[in-house]
Design a protein around this ligand. Structure first.
Ligand SMILES: C[S@@+](CC[C@H](N)C(=O)[O-])C[C@H]1O[C@@H](n2cnc3c(N)ncnc32)[C@H](O)[C@@H]1O
Length: 209
C-alpha cells in the first residue's frame, strides 16, 4: 500500500489536498464522470476513497443514497461539512480498503483515483468484491489519472486493464492524455438509447416483422 504517511502529509497540508475545488481539470473530470453515468437515477451508490466529498456532491444529483468509504478521518470531516444539507442521504465510513468489504449490494460503485494506491493482494481482493457487486447488478465507474505518480502502485491504465479482466469490456467512457473514465454495465443491460426507446434492441427482429 502507499505509505499512510503520504495521506497524513496531504491532509495536514490543506483542506483541499489535491486541489479538487480549485483546478479546472478536477471540475471537468467530475462533470465528465457524472455525465457518463448511463442511468438517470441510481438508488444506492458506493463511493471508494471519497476524500473531501467533491465528487460525492455531484453524484448526489443522480443517486438517492450514497455510502462513502474513506481512509482518512480528515477527508470525511471536510466532506461531512460540505454535504451537511444532504446528511440524510450520505453515510460516511472511515475504513481502509485493504480490509474493508461491503455488507450490502449497490446499483452503482464508483472508484475514482483510489485503486492505484493498493498493493497487489488488496487490489485483487477489492477487484474480487467489485466483480461480485457487478454480477449482482451494479454499474461500475472507474476514473484514473494517466500520468506517472511516485505514490501510485499502478498506472491508471493498468488499473483499467485489470478491471476489464474481471468485469469484461467497458460499455463506454472517456479517455484523453490525462484521465481515463470507464463505465462497466452489468451483462445484458441494453444501451441508454435502446432503454429510452430511441434505438432498436439487439433482441428485436428486423423492422416490420
Ligand atoms: C486522490 S484522492 C481521490 C478523491 C476522489 N475519489 C476523486 O476522485 O476526486 C484519493 C483518496 O483515496 C483515499 N484512499 C487511499 N487509499 C485508501 C484506502 N486504502 N482505503 C480507503 N481510502 C483510501 C485517500 O485518503 C484519498 O482521500
Amino acid at each position: 500500500m502507499t505509505d499512510p504517511a503520504y495521506f497524513e502529509r496531504m491532509y495536514a497540508r490543506s483542506d483541499d489536498p489535491w486541489g479538487f475545488d480549485d483546478h479546472f481539470y478536477e471540475r471537468r473530470k467530475r462533470e465528465l464522470t457524472v455525465a457518463a453515468l448511463p442511468r438517470a437515477r441510481f438508488v444506492s451508490a458506493l463511493e471508494l476513497g471519497s476524500s473531501t466529498g467533491a465528487l460525492t456532491e455531484q453524484l448526489l444529483a443522480r443517486v438517492d443514497r450514497i455510502h462513502c468509504v474513506e481512509l482518512h478521518p480528515r477527508g470525511v470531516e471536510i466532506a461531512r461539512r460540505r454535504l451537511v444539507a444532504d446528511s440524510d442521504r450520505v453515510r460516511f465510513e472511515v475504513a481502509d480498503l485493504i480490509t474493508w468489504t461491503p455488507g450490502e449490494t449497490y446499483d452503482l460503485v464508483v472508484a475514482s483515483e483510489v485503486l492505484y494506491y493498493l498493493d497487489a493482494e488488496p487490489l485483487a481482493r477489492a477487484l474480487g468484491w467489485i466483480r461480485d457487486q457487478h454480477l449482482a447488478g451494479a454499474t461500475v465507474v472507474a476514473v484514473d489519472w494517466r500520468h506517472p505518480v511516485d505514490e501510485h502502485r499502478w498506472s491508471g491504465d493498468e488499473i483499467h486493464r485489470r478491471l476489464t479482466e474481471v468485469l469484461s469490456t467497458a460499455s463506454g467512457g472517456y479517455r484523453d492524455t490525462d484521465v481515463t473514465i470507464e463505465i462497466f454495465e452489468p451483462a445484458g443491460v441494453e444501451s441508454v438509447a435502446v432503454r429510452d426507446g430511441l434505438a432498436p434492441s439487439a433482441t428485436d427482429g428486423p423492422s416490420g416483422e
